[in-house]
Design a protein. Sequence first.
Length: 258
Amino acid sequence: MVTGGATGIGRAIALKLADKGASVMIADINEEAAEKTAAEVRDISGNSATFVTDVTNVAACEGLAQATIENLGSADFLVNNAGVAGSAGWQSRSHSTEEDWKQTYQVNVIGMSNVTSVFKPQMTKRRSGRIVNLASIAGREGRPSLAHYSASKAAVISLTQSTALELARFNITVNAICPGLLWTPMWEQVGDRYAHDNPAFKGMNPREVFDSMIAERIPMQKEQTPEDIADTVAFFVSDDAKNITGQALNVDGGFFMR
C-alpha cells in the first residue's frame, strides 16, 4: 500500500513493487492520476486498486485499510509517501507561516501516524510486515526559509524510530528514506523560492538553481531520481533487509554522510 502513489516518487514506488510481483493499493487524493498509475501497475503485475484518501482524515484512513483487505487480502508492505511542502502559496513566501506549520505537520507527520495506526493491527496479528516512511535530507538540517518542512521531516525520522521500537517484537521493520535532490514539481517550486530569497541564486531559473546545488553539494555530481527511491523501498521490504529497522537511509549522492 502506497500513499501519495499516483505521481512522482509514489508512482515510481508502485511500479517498482509491481515489477517485483506485488499487488499494489494506491492511496491518493488525486483520483484520476491514481487510476492511471493503477492501470500501469496492472499491466505489470496484474493486480492494483485505488482508494481516494486524505491522510489527515482518520475515517478515510480506516476506509483505506478496509479497502486494502477487501481488494488485496492484506497489506504486507506499507509505504508512507504522502507529503506536502507547505500550505497554499508557500513557494512565494520567504518565511514559514502558521498555516505552513499546521498543514505540513498535519499531512507529513500526523497523516503518516494515522495511516500507520490503521494498518498496524493486521500486521501485528500476522506478526510480520514492512513499513517504509519517506523523510528527506531536509530533516537532517535546518533550513530557515523552509523551517516548517525541515522540522516535519525531522519528526518523520523520529516517528520512524519510535514505531520501529514499538513493532520490533512483532517482527515488523520500520525504516525511513531521506531522498536527496530530485527534479520534481515540488522542487521546481523550491528552486523558484531559493532564486527569490537567496542572493547566491539571484537571476537563476528553478532548474539552474537545482543544477547549481547538484554541482556544489552532491559529491557524486548527479541528481537523484524517483527510481532511486523506489529501488531503496524495494530493498527495505525485501528479505535482504529483514534485520534492519529504525534506520533513516540517505539516498542523496553523498550530500550527507551521517
